[in-house]
Design a protein around this ligand. Structure first.
Ligand SMILES: Cc1cc2nc3c(=O)[nH]c(=O)nc-3n(C[C@H](O)[C@H](O)[C@H](O)COP(=O)(O)OP(=O)(O)OC[C@H]3O[C@@H](n4cnc5c(N)ncnc54)[C@H](O)[C@@H]3O)c2cc1C
Length: 441
């Protein structure tokens, strides 16, 4: 719903919407909000179909979030994992990209409200705006911790870690204040992958860069509220991950939640303090706040409750996919917040729209086909749980992880660059992307 205090009043909006509708192409217009995994999959499914599509995103790039931790740890450059959205849809004549932040959606007047132009009218809408980092009410997270959810977060984290090393190099007394210690909050795949990669960055790269600094005092402390890491994986994978992390020197504090974060580090609920000048928050997400004002039924974490076919109750022309949707299986269990869920759901929504456009009757239930889960801990170390009970670990798991991420990465250029970077990092034991981006004055 559009709040009353908005500049755009409902009456003005209705007029504007009609104005846009007046120039609407004769083909049905599908607006996709979000050029992430879901949005791109929906756009690709609608490419060449008898609809016009507008893909709206606040960024002009797609973020391949599974590799954000590699940007944060200097293994890859930001551009390597962020293909340009216009480039992605360039060959699809019926798809246009729109760079703009979506502020609201007027479900009654079928219009998407953007920050940089008139409302965009739609016949069908796919909401794929994803999720945001959530502090779950832990004091100090918003002020003192860095999330790992966007490309900006990843480059900020990289700069922060490298800057702390420079500061400690200039003034070694800062080591006692935690300048070389990073606390990673959250032992899910992101926290595990980041911890392993940070530990390798410290021991294999920065130890050689900083000749006069005692880099052996650098530490990664992984804090997880429950007694295990990789909660959604099997006990065997969890054990493997713990062993591999410990082999890399990562300190594990499992089973004790963080009570608060401040400028000096974190305090756990048992009263223990961990002094650290860098705290990374990988402990959870909630739905994009775009859902807050729509007046739709939502879950505790803000996801929009959807019908079996991913449409919104009472709005058969609106579909929600990916992290923003509270999609469930037949037993009512929520689907996980994973890229394949978003992609498969988006394809399903796009196909449902085409059924409606073609007047081909009822839409069907969305079913997620689980092709497995993976997490890498570091060089030649990963766990992969694939269908039919196949469990890979060590080098084999790592190679399958590398291969799969190359396949899913969008665009030939990005794949080639990432592959070359990985090969360089592997054979040289180096990381080529170690610039500190200066803070704006
Ligand atoms: C660090 C990290 C690592 C991950 N690793 C894995 C992994 O290894 N495997 C896996 O399967 N999943 C992984 N995930 C989860 C996966 O990234 C998400 O489940 C997936 O991205 C959800 O897709 P989506 O399309 O719903 O949202 P996203 O891919 O997040 O896309 C949302 C898009 O909406 C845009 N947007 C948001 N708000 C607005 C607005 N107001 N206006 C305009 N545009 C907007 C954003 O810019 C973004 O492009 C990871 C997530 C993170 C954060």
């Amino acid at each position: 719903m559009v709040p009353a205090d908005r500049d755009v009043t409902l009456a003005a909006l209705a007029l504007q919407t009609r104005a846009v509708s007046g120039t609407r192409a004769p083909l049905p217009h599908v607006v996709i909000v979000g050029g992430g995994f879901g949005g791109i999959a929906a756009a690709k499914t609608l490419a060449g179909k008898p609809v016009t599509v507008t893909l709206v995103d606040r960024n002009n790039f797609h973020t391949f979030s599974p590799l954000l931790y590699q940007v944060a740890t200097s293994a890859l450059a930001p551009d390597d994992i962020a293909p340009n959205l216009r480039g992605i849809v360039r060959r699809s004549r019926n798809i246009e990209a729109h760079l703009g932040r979506v502020l609201d959606v007027d479900l009654d007047h079928h219009a998407v409200i953007v920050d940089n132009g008139p409302p965009i009218a739609y016949d069908y809408l796919i909401l794929a705006a994803g999720s945001v980092s959530s502090d779950f009410g832990v004091p100090g997270v918003a002020t003192h911790a860095i999330p790992l959810k966007s490309l900006e977060d990843a480059t900020r984290l990289r700069s922060t870690v490298l800057r702390r090393f420079e500061e400690a190099n200039a003034n070694p007394a800062l080591i006692d204040e935690g300048a070389l210690r990073v606390v990673v909050a959250g032992g899910g795949p992101t926290g595990v992958e980041l911890s392993g990669a940070l530990a390798e960055l410290f021991t294999k790269v920065l130890a050689k860069d900083f000749k006069n600094l005692d880099v052996s005092r650098a530490e990664v402390v992984l804090v997880e509220a429950v007694p295990a890491v990789l909660g959604s994986f099997s006990p065997a994978s969890q054990r493997e991950a713990v062993e591999e992390l410990e082999a890399r020197g990562v300190q594990l504090r499992l089973g004790t939640p963080i009570a608060r974060v401040d400028g000096d580090g974190v305090e756990l609920t048992d009263g223990t303090r961990v002094t650290a000048r860098t705290v990374v928050w990988c402990a959870g997400v909630r739905a994009n706040p775009i859902a807050d004002s729509l007046g739709l039924a939502r879950t505790r974490l803000g996801e929009i409750v959807v019908n079996k076919d991913l449409s919104v109750p009472g709005h058969p022309e609106v579909f929600v996919v990916g992290d923003l949707a509270a999609a469930t299986d037949r037993a009512g269990r929520p689907y996980p917040q994973l890229a394949p869920v978003a992609m498969q759901g988006a394809r399903h929504a796009a196909r449902s729209i085409m059924r409606r456009v073609r007047g081909r009757g009822r839409t069907t239930r969305f079913r997620y086909f689980n092709k497995g889960v993976m997490a890498t801990i570091g060089r030649r170390s990963a766990v992969a749980e694939l269908p039919l009970g196949v469990h890979l670990a060590g080098t084999l798991g790592w190679l399958s992880w590398l291969g799969l991420h190359l396949v899913f990465l969008m665009g030939f250029r990005n794949r080639a660059v990432v592959f070359l970077n990985w090969a360089w990092n592997y054979f040289s034991w180096d990381r080529g992307n170690r610039i500190i981006i200066p803070d704006p004055d």
